[in-house]
Design a protein around this ligand. Structure first.
Ligand code: MOS
Length: 738
């Protein structure tokens, strides 16, 4: 840590995205945009059974397609090692490595990779790979009767993170509470659909492998591939400077990546694979289906006396994707008595994974719907109910919150929205043409996590600043936030700062996820910039030179370079060794001295057409508490993106399983329905912009995921207000409102 007196600006300038110009002129290079001399093209062939064993694969028809150069099946890569599941000490999206054996665990599991001179030939040949199977019974339906719910507390998962959460006596307090709400909420499986699909370009030069792949976790790709290919991590370079949408789907090593690397090694040519949209639905983590049963008990004034929260969540047969849902419900509101219990239900699918607000989105849907039900039962205003249960102390740990401005989010949002003009009775705000109008509110929360980061900064006598830092740009704006911070401290124009991200040849690369990217990178970037300024000041005792370039020229020093590291509060020094191994190293929300969350309040207007019952969302006002806003432009964009996704989650998105053949049925963008421009109205984003005094010296908490939490319940609550219908399952569709 350095200690200098440089002051960071109280407010950051509203800098445009530093990568905007490159993006709009098509200059940004995503993973599979790489084209290398002599490159061959790959396509996956996938299993079409729900579960079973490969008996034989006939590759003759595929081999006969002109231009085919290589076909790899399980016969060719016997014993291929798994990189391990990222939540089980490994690096991958799941522990199951396709082609490592004959077992088929789910429909869509790759059985072969076909490489040809052209994409067309590879595509045609992949369709000609013929497999026979011994089929086994399977279940893909999370809600099928007879599914067993495995209590998470009994499973081999880290404790206390995944233990039951108990405080006080929730059952007795609930039984004694004068006002009680009990309800069950059901959330569907969903798939993130970034514009950029999964894909890999693998290129060997001698024993050195370079992988171009858009990922949120180039460090895990490097170390996972090194394990699978039995080479040293130093022999693997992973390059991921820009990701065309991550959302958690590109969180760790995918099953196809090593297959592309193996094919490239055997062929002695670079190989490119693009995973198709349909294949992606069975290739990477999806939001698991879940069921949430909630009980809220309150006194007559609306103060919570008891909360119970029971969760059942989908996982695969081969991995435990745990539930963290009660982390939010246990800490959201003041309440002496809490019981949280989670169970997992195995299905014959790919292992579920991370999707924006993986647990928090649907937990907030359940909790904030239940709070609305409670407000209605009490005859209380739903904003007032939340304010009455606000707290500055985390009721679960007993520690103070690092900062919590949820009450201001609610009151400021109510103000901006015009909430005081709401007439509370359901159905009481119809328009002249019979359109039903509903106004709803809900809050959201997401942990304020932090990971360790290393920053290396070089300033040259031409005034250019280059900073290498741990982090991945997936459109959220981390490159802009880092450039903004460095430019502010060093007093150089933002365009003179270049930010190197996602490259394992640079500084160590940690998973960028969990909304910790900015809060992780910025403190290290700030320290590096301050350190450079201190060194420049030492070169400039007369203070005659004004800019870094002038100082370096006057001192006849072509450049200076500094390195800085930063870790989460309470993390030991050894965390940097974990970081260097590409392993997840984040901390939070529970730190030694405090608990830390970001918050948001959403106010939503819905308009429901009286005959078709079509729901529109013309107006949303969202006020976020993410600590200090480090990049106003991209922060507003994050809020708008999160609200759009929340509208999709409330009204559109569901991944339908196919109980006949396994896998997901609507595995395309025609049938996996997303909101489009016409579905989106006005989204006003506002920020409390109060630095968090404890989380880091910049006061920055996370933003990317909290923005989506609370949107769906605000919409459902607005629909209740418009219609008097309480809908507890997502997505809400026309037929539920007829
Ligand atoms: Mo995010 S769903 O934690 O990558």
């Amino acid at each position: 840590m350095t200690t200098t007196t440089t002051q960071t600006p109280r407010e950051f300038p509203d800098t445009a995205r530093v990568d905007a110009y490159d993006k709009v002129r098509g200059a940004t290079r995503y993973g599979t945009d790489q084209n290398l001399p002599g490159m061959a093209y790959a396509m996956l062939a996938v299993a079409r059974i729900g579960r079973g064993t490969v008996r034989s694969i006939d590759r003759s028809a595929a081999q006969a397609v002109p231009g085919v150069r290589l076909i790899l099946t399980h016969e060719d890569v016997q014993g291929l090692a798994s990189a391990g599941f990222i939540l089980g000490g490994g690096y991958g999206v799941q522990s199951l490595q396709p082609l490592a054996g004959t077992a088929i665990a789910y429909s869509g599991q790759p059985i072969a990779i076909v490489v040809a001179d052209t994409l067309e030939a590879a595509t045609e040949a992949a369709a000609q790979v013929r497999a026979t199977y011994d089929e086994a019974p399977f279940t893909v339906d999370f809600a099928a009767p007879g599914n067993r719910a495995l209590p998470q507390a009994d499973l081999p998962l880290p404790k206390p993170a995944f233990a039951d959460k108990l405080r006080g006596d929730a059952d007795a307090a609930y039984a004694a509470a004068p006002v009680r709400i009990e309800a069950q909420y059901r959330g569907p499986a969903q798939h993130a659909n970034p514009i950029e699909l999964l894909g890999t370009v693998a290129h060997w030069q001698g024993d050195a492998l370079t992988v171009y792949e858009s990922t949120q976790n180039s460090g895990a790709l490097r170390h996972g591939l090194a394990r699978q290919l039995a080479v040293a991590p130093e022999q693997v370079r992973v390059v991921s400077p820009s990701v065309g949408g991550g959302f958690g789907q590109k969180n760790s090593l995918q099953g196809h990546t090593v297959l592309v690397a193996l094919a490239a090694r055997r062929l002695g040519r670079p190989v490119k694979l693009g995973v198709t949209r349909g294949q992606v639905f069975n290739a990477s983590g999806f939001r698991p289906a879940s069921t949430h049963r909630l009980q809220l008990g309150a006194d007559a004034a609306g103060r919570l006396q008891a909360i119970t929260h029971e969760v059942q969540q989908q996982t695969s047969q081969h991995d435990l994707f745990p539930s963290s849902c009660t982390e939010i419900s246990a800490s959201m509101y003041a309440c002496a008595n809490f019981r949280g219990r989670e169970s997992l239900v195995r299905t014959d699918t790919h292992t579920p994974g991370f999707m924006r607000g993986p647990w928090e989105h649907f937990t907030c849907f359940a909790l904030e719907s239940a709070m609305d039900e409670l407000a209605h039962a009490l005859g209380q205003d739903p904003v007032a109910l939340r304010l009455a249960n606000d707290t500055q102390v985390d009721p679960q740990s007993g520690k103070p919150f690092s900062s919590r401005h949820l009450a201001q989010c609610l009151t400021r949002g109510a103000d901006r929205f015009g909430w005081a003009r709401r007439s509370p009775a359901p159905g009481s705000m119809q328009a002249a043409d019979g359109t039903l109008i509903g106004w709803g509110v809900a809050a959201g929360a997401y942990k304020a996590a932090t990971a360790p980061a290393v920053a290396r900064l070089r300033v040259s006598d031409d005034g250019r600043v280059r900073i290498d830092i741990g982090g991945h740009e997936m459109g959220q704006g981390i490159r802009t936030a880092v450039a903004n911070t460095v430019a502010g401290v060093m007093q150089v124009p933002v365009r003179q700062v270049s930010v190197v991200l996602g490259d394992t040849r640079s500084v160590p690369q940690h998973l960028t996820a969990g909304s910790w990217g900015t809060a992780t990178a910025l403190p290290a970037a700030l320290q590096a910039a301050e350190q450079a300024m201190a060194e420049l000041a030492a070169l400039n005792p007369s203070r005659r030179a004004r800019t870094p370039a002038q100082i370096l020229k006057a001192a006849r020093t072509p450049f200076i370079e500094v390195e800085s590291r930063h870790r989460a509060p309470g993390q030991p020094e050894q965390i940097y060794a974990r970081l260097a191994q590409g392993l997840p190293s984040a901390a939070g929300p529970h730190y030694p001295e405090f608990a830390a969350f970001s918050y948001i309040a959403h106010f939503v207007e819905v308009r429901i057409e009286p005959h078709t019952r079509r729901v529109r969302v013309p107006r949303v006002v969202s006020v976020a508490d993410c600590g200090r806003v480090a990049s106003p432009r991209t922060a507003r964009s994050q809020v708008q993106g999160g609200v759009v996704w929340g509208i999709g989650a409330a009204l559109r998105e569901v991944s339908e399983v196919d109980p006949r053949y396994g896998g997901f049925l609507n595995a395309n963008l025609a049938e996996y329905v997303l909101p489009v421009n016409l579905d989106i109205g006005s989204i006003e984003a506002d920020f409390i912009d109060e630095p968090d005094p404890r989380i880091n010296h910049l006061g920055v908490k996370g933003l990317g995921e909290v923005v989506m939490t609370g949107v769906a319940p605000a919409i459902a609550n607005a629909i209740f207000h418009a219609t008097g219908k309480r809908l507890r399952d997502l997505p809400i569709r026309l037929e539920h409102l007829l």
